[in-house]
Design a protein around this ligand. Sequence first.
Ligand code: ADP
Ligand code: DP6
Ligand code: CO
Length: 331
Amino acid sequence: MSITGKATAVAHPNIALAKYWGKRPFGHNLPAVPSLSVTLAGLATRTTVAFDDALAEDELHLGGHPAAAGPTRRVSGLLDRVRAASGRTERARVTSDNDFPTAAGLASSASAFAALALAASTAAGLSTSPEGISDLARRTSVSAARSAFGGFVALRSGAPGDETLPATPVAPADHWPLRVIIAVTAEGPKDVGSSEGMKLTVDTSPYYAAWVTDAPSLEERVRAAVLARDFQALGSAAEASALRMHASAIAAAPGLLYWTGATVNVLSEVRRLRARGIPAFFTIDAGPHVKVFTVPEAEDEVTTALAAVPGVLRTLSATPGPGAHVVDPAV
Ligand code: ADP
Ligand code: DP6
Ligand code: CO
């Protein structure tokens, strides 16, 4: 066995305030709508890539176990691009751990492929500009483009002829010390992965066209609210983005319902908190959990209220955090 290049990287998931849902019918995994997210410190993926000329196939060890064929193939797809760009031919051993639930709607694909893109490019000796890492990660999972950068990050929609499409930073993590409380409402992976769910929406939802038409103006509202640090304006635009994305998915055939009763209970509680004058708004991704944004002074009260909602198993807490970074030495 002979390792010919090895590196470790850490990346954090990101939560979209303006959602991406749906891919262009042309190009290499290009989003149909612009999105804007915040990268989260407090949750992380750590990935080591070791190119090894004794391996016959790429290997993925995820959470301490050999991964199934599907996730391993997805990792190989990214590694193939790194091999093509670097001229390497060796297969790689990839060891990765998420310190939060995988494939559950907490953006594990975002942190996973940002960390993998950076670890693999570093191990292969390629240049590792954040733009290059972002574009490489985006080709495997669109949301991963945004986790290459820290803080508030945008990704425009794809256009015909786009050869590359990296995310762009909007504001650094310390621009706005928001708190994100994640109400975990189920254990285990979701039934329908994000790629599959959005394809079903694109192919069958009569509301998908309306979503694509409407989403750009929501992204502009989210961007303006972030830059102005206007919590109320951000809350109304971000809630609209999440609800309209889910409306398009619910209208697919068969209807795609990522919500459970517990999800709805949390949404109601957030509205009750707001009615009492406590700053809080929600967003929901492709899964049953609810992410609640608030300000530092209200964090304890919001956390206590969410933990008491029927169906909430536990809460996780996060703040705006850094982009993908290399951990030295590789371990
Ligand atoms: P999520 O809401 O968690 O992003 P997705 O359906 O978008 O769910 O993506 C989940 C998929 O991402 C997994 O099935 C697997 O293929 C991949 N994935 C998640 N975590 C890792 C990891 N640490 N390393 C490699 N692949 C991962
Ligand atoms: C609801 O980026 O996971 O979280 O590009 O097919 O890998 P693929 O999908 P993914 O979709 C994320 C969808 C979302 C909204 C968002 O993060 O913008
Ligand atoms: Co994902």
